[in-house]
Design a protein around this ligand. Structure first.
Ligand code: MV4
Length: 457
């Protein structure tokens, strides 16, 4: 199966990222855009561009009919979904395939299995992946109470159709369980159209460590090491790094081998991320993501592998033969997500950028779609770019990121650059000894405001 022309069903930095990969592979590109994105770089960088609707995502980037029409109109033979929007909608992948095009991603069946968190848990447990003690879909309060009794408090209620932290409730008291379950079921039904809930032992202070897997259509799979993503707020990642600084070589080998084994067990192909909760020297399966992730860049820096090019090659049926079997981390990489938001309250702040200067120099990478005069639309995610550094070791990566953050200028709208400058000097971050609660537990509005003032001085 050959690809000549790829339609990119996305916008922003990831659309640019995919266009760049295509160009290096000698593939033609088709951008799709909403009227709000008419002046976007992905429109200009692609060979062709088709307007697919108004600013509201539901009418453009989520509009399957319009996207398929754009693909047929331009003669695209493959579709890359990026992340977000339709990237994990099995129905979209199926339609792309039924229209005779290649979906640059996994088999829709794997998107379905992993989108159903109870099925994902069961599938992974059956493949020999460690999962926390827990249940299937709960039939009601009686079963939930019995399960919580068996597992021991605290436990966490999760929506089977949730994921990424949506639809979760922690239970620390048996008496709260029946009413919390009922509310959670109602909320899940409203949010996802499915009220199914399950329960797991709650890990109090975990780290979020995820393993990147690359698998071909012939049953072969390799890992590309892990990413540490514990610096987050309300389930939005803020900083990611690779490798994870607290993994022993044995634990890394175990976690990575487990992910490869799981991918092979289910016959997975394409890029995949296995998210684990790390609790001391135990790890447990949380979720599997079937898309390219925002933070894929830190893996690229420490492996030297272009993940998006691999994803495209794999979609054509190319075997993995050319990839190394065993990877040692090559130095250390850190990524800061730069958002158009209030650095203290985190509220999105769309608007027009009056001036931008991105850092450069040795070991610095900027993946961004913004430019001077660019208007950040209120219709979409507030991320305006990613600042990625690579250095021989973690201390030098931190120094390099501080240097790069110092060079970075975005004027006209507030951004979280001051938050990053503050984060990069927090003792817990510098020591590497932090968990998923670190950011929210240590937020210091005064200190971040001082960084804002320093920026303006
Ligand atoms: C957990 C957990 C503790 N115990 N499950 C959040 C995102 C979703 N993937 C699952 N999440 C969690 N599941 C059990 N049994 C803690 C979290 C969690 C978390 C995980 C990763 C990164 C940040 C987090 C922040 C709060 C809670």
């Amino acid at each position: 199966m050959e690809i000549r022309k790829v339609l990119i069903a996305n916008r922003g930095e990831i659309a640019l990222r995919v266009i760049r990969a295509c160009r290096e592979l000698g593939l033609k590109t088709v951008a799709v855009y909403s009227t709000a994105d008419a002046h976007s770089l992905h429109v200009r960088f692609a060979d062709e561009a088709v307007c697919i609707g108004p600013g509201q995502a539901a009418q453009s980037y989520l509009n399957i009919k319009h996207i398929i029409a754009a693909a047929e109109l331009t003669g695209a033979d493959a579709v890359h979904p990026g992340y977000g929007f339709l990237a994990e909608r099995a129905e979209f992948a199926e339609i792309v395939q039924k229209c005779g095009m290649i979906f640059i991603g996994p088999d829709p069946i794997h998107m379905q299995v992993m989108g159903d968190k109870v099925r994902a848990r069961q599938t992974m447990a059956a493949a020999g992946v460690p999962v926390l003690p827990g249940t299937g879909v709960l039939s009601g309060a009686v079963e939930a109470l019995a399960a919580a009794e068996r597992i021991g408090l605290p436990v966490i209620l999760k929506a089977s159709a949730g994921g990424g932290g949506r639809g979760m409730k922690i239970i620390r008291d048996m008496r709260a369980l029946p009413s919390t379950l009922e509310t959670a079921q109602l909320e899940a039904f409203k949010a996802f159209g499915c009220g199914d809930m399950y329960l797991e032992r709650y890990v109090q202070s975990p780290r979020h460590v995820e393993v990147q897997v690359v698998a071909d259509k012939h049953g072969d799979a390799v890992h590309l090491l892990e990413r540490e993503c514990s610096v987050q707020r309300r389930h939005q990642k803020v900083i990611e790094e690779a490798p994870c600084s607290v993994l022993s070589d044995e634990l890394r080998a175990d976690m990575c081998a487990t992910a490869v084994k799981a991918a092979k067990a289910i016959g997975y192909h394409s890029l995949g991320t296995f998210e684990f909760l790390l609790d001391g020297d135990h790890f447990y399966f949380m979720e599997m993501n079937t898309r390219v992730q925002v933070e894929h860049c830190v893996t690229e820096m420490i492996t030297g592998i272009d993940l998006v090019q691999e994803q495209i090659r794999l979609a054509t049926g190319e075997p993995l033969a050319h990839l190394n079997r065993e990877h040692k981390p090559r130095g250390h990489a850190i990524e800061c997500r730069i958002n158009a938001e209030d650095p203290v309250t985190f509220a999105p702040r769309p608007g027009t950028i009056s001036a931008v200067h991105f850092p450069g120099g040795f070991g610095v990478r900027v993946d961004s779609h913004v430019y001077t005069g660019y208007t950040v639309s209120p219709h979409y995610d507030s991320m305006v770019g990613k600042l990625i550094v690579h250095a021989p070791d973690r201390p030098r990566a931190i120094q390099r990121m501080r240097r790069a953050l110092g060079e970075c200028v975005i004027e006209g709208i507030p951004t979280n650059l001051p938050l990053h400058r503050w984060l990069l000097k927090q003792p817990a971050f510098v020591s590497g000894k932090y968990d998923t609660h670190f950011l929210e537990a240590n937020l210091d509005p005064e200190a971040i405001r001082a960084e804002v003032d320093a920026e303006q001085a």
